[in-house]
Ligand binder design. Structure first.
Ligand code: F6R
Length: 362
């Protein structure tokens, strides 16, 4: 049941601290390593990882790519499952095909993993439902422990997939030797702190509702991010469009001037992921460009950032954490923003029109 929440989606957003904690418990997290008891991957024989997924799970895969390449230095490709299966993909026996699916029942993801397996790849699935069809196709399975997700719009499944991506990157990085024990320990410690940070972010729900109310009449919305937060922008846009029916696009910040900036005017909220990190200076100049064209800026920035306030119309602050963990925290306010936009508009939040929870036909 909804346990006092107006919608399953809101309940599931609030379950994220527990869901992340349980996903970590299931993985066997040590002080400076992640064991994944029962998993046997020959990491030295793995020349490349090919990730396959759809929708929100595809966004988790995009973040996983940067994490695994960054921490383990294994080349990673990511493909939309429905594209991969029909494009005569190059797959080698030294590849690990990794399918990511909340339900484990998505027809295209299952077919894509079968295709990779037939072509000789080792296969691994990350899935949230015990014994799902996908788990019967894959050689091995890792489970996110988000618990049942009822709302069509995925929330806790996504952040547990992101948690799993960090855990897997640590596991692989320790085995390829690229990740030092010290750095792994810092990441593990950072992961342990996430549930408390998320509780604090959830407490800002009422403030985010006010932001949504201020932009209630908007028909279009842009989401911008760079690096690890580029896929977070894609996910923020997907969440908003699917439940509020507001037209939303996510873009890599650097692509703004190559087209999307033509859309910006005084009626266009632009959500910018502007946490501190390597791309921060560039994000600030993107903000100025949007502002110069009259766009309304909703910035997600790092707690303690005193420069960004002057550039943004609305400011949502998230705790300062390691770059690898920023996508998880940045996702929380975007989920709440989408939720409040939709709830204020009065749409059927848990059952948006034209959508099904699992897409078992192609
Ligand atoms: C969006 C959403 C969908 C799913 C997609 C894949 O909120 O839920 O985009 O992510 O249909 O589903 P799974 O992960 O079950 O394969």
């Amino acid at each position: 049941e909804k346990q006092g929440f107006r919608h399953y989606m809101l309940k599931e957003i609030h379950e994220q601290p527990r869901a992340i904690r349980e996903t970590m418990l299931g993985a066997g997290v040590g002080a400076d390593d992640v064991r994944f008891d029962g998993l046997s991957l020959d990491v030295s024989a793995c020349a490349r990882i090919v990730m396959l997924a759809c929708g929100t799970s595809f966004h988790a895969a995009l973040i996983g790519r940067s994490l695994i390449e960054g921490l383990a230095r294994i080349p990673v490709e990511v493909d939309i499952a429905s594209e991969f299966r029909y494009r005569d993909p190059i797959v080698r026996t030294t590849d690990l095909a990794l399918a990511i699916s909340q339900s484990g029942e998505t027809a295209d993801t299952i077919a894509a993993l079968k295709e990779a397996k037939q072509r000789g790849a080792q296969t691994l699935a990350i899935c949230n439902v015990l014994g799902a069809s996908l788990s019967r196709v894959a050689d091995q399975v890792l489970y996110t422990h988000a618990g049942p997700e009822i709302s069509v719009a995925s929330t806790k499944a996504f952040t547990t997939q992101l948690t799993m991506m960090v855990l897997l990157a640590i596991h692989l990085g320790r085995r390829t030797g690229h990740l030092t024990a010290e750095r792994a320990k810092a990441l593990v410690d950072g992961l342990q702190d996430l549930p408390a940070h998320i509780d604090n972010l959830l407490a800002a729900s009422a403030a985010i509702r006010i932001v949504a109310r201020r932009h209630q009449g908007a028909r279009d919305c842009l989401f911008l991010g760079r690096g690890l937060c580029y896929p977070v922008a894609l996910e923020g846009a997907l969440k908003l469009k699917e439940i509020s029916y507001i037209h939303a696009e996510g873009h890599a910040s650097g692509e703004m001037k190559h087209g999307p900036i033509a859309l910006v005017d005084g009626n266009m909220p632009v959500v910018v992921l502007a946490q501190r990190g390597p791309g921060y200076g560039k994000v600030l100049s993107n903000l100025e460009e949007v502002r110069a064209r009259g766009g309304k800026i909703i910035a997600v920035a790092t707690l303690g950032d005193h420069t960004i306030g002057d550039l943004a119309d609305d400011l949502i602050l998230v705790p300062d954490v390691a770059g690898e963990l920023q996508p998880i925290l940045a996702s929380i306010p975007l989920q709440l923003l989408a939720y409040h936009f939709a709830d204020l508009k009065g749409t059927d939040v848990d059952q948006p029109r034209n959508l099904a929870k699992s897409v078992t036909v192609e």
